[in-house]
Design a protein around this ligand. Structure first.
Ligand SMILES: [Zn+2]
Ligand SMILES: [Zn+2]
Length: 158
């Protein structure tokens, strides 16, 4: 597995720094390492993120990574989504109301741009008087490589 060189300067760092400060958060190496990790591996689980962060901060606790992730989600710096029957995933891409396609066979996740471009992109037949903010859409299916391997059963196939 590839690890991130979080020590090198990252073009997003300035934006992250000002976003953190604008929400009254201190810019800590823990927060930056978590942002780096989520940025490097989009749609990672919290567990994957812990491994990723530990490449840079070997002593960070699992609990700290979880706390940082949920705080970053609370201030809109990472978004969290939960594929059916799978642990929550985190990503940096926020605010564009994109959706996800989830492969039920291998678990790969791809971003799907919102068809409408803003939330909520679905109009319910009954809104129960809610002021609707968003609709979460997960497309479930079989990814091209699983379709391919299912059809051919040939690991050597290109
Ligand atoms: Zn697949
Ligand atoms: Zn995504």
């Amino acid at each position: 597995m590839e690890t991130t060189a979080a020590a090198e300067t990252h073009p997003s760092r300035d934006a992250w720094t000002s976003h953190l400060r604008s929400h009254g958060r201190r810019v800590t190496k823990q927060r930056l390492a978590v942002l780096d990790a989520v940025d490097a591996v989009p749609h990672a689980t919290a567990e994957d993120t812990v491994q990723q962060v530990r490449a840079v901060l070997p002593t960070i606790s699992v609990q700290s990574v979880y706390v940082v992730l949920s705080d970053l989600a609370a201030i809109g710096m990472v978004s969290k989504f939960e594929p059916p029957g799978s642990p929550a995933r985190y990503e940096i891409r926020t605010g564009d109301n994109h959706h996800h396609a989830y492969c039920i066979s291998c678990g790969v996740i791809q971003d799907v741009p919102c068809a409408v471009g803003h939330a909520p992109c679905l109009t319910p037949s009954e809104d129960h008087g809610f002021q609707l903010l968003s609709a979460e859409v997960v497309f479930r299916g079989i990814c091209p490589s699983c379709q391919h391997s299912g059809a051919q059963q040939d690991p050597e196939a290109p």
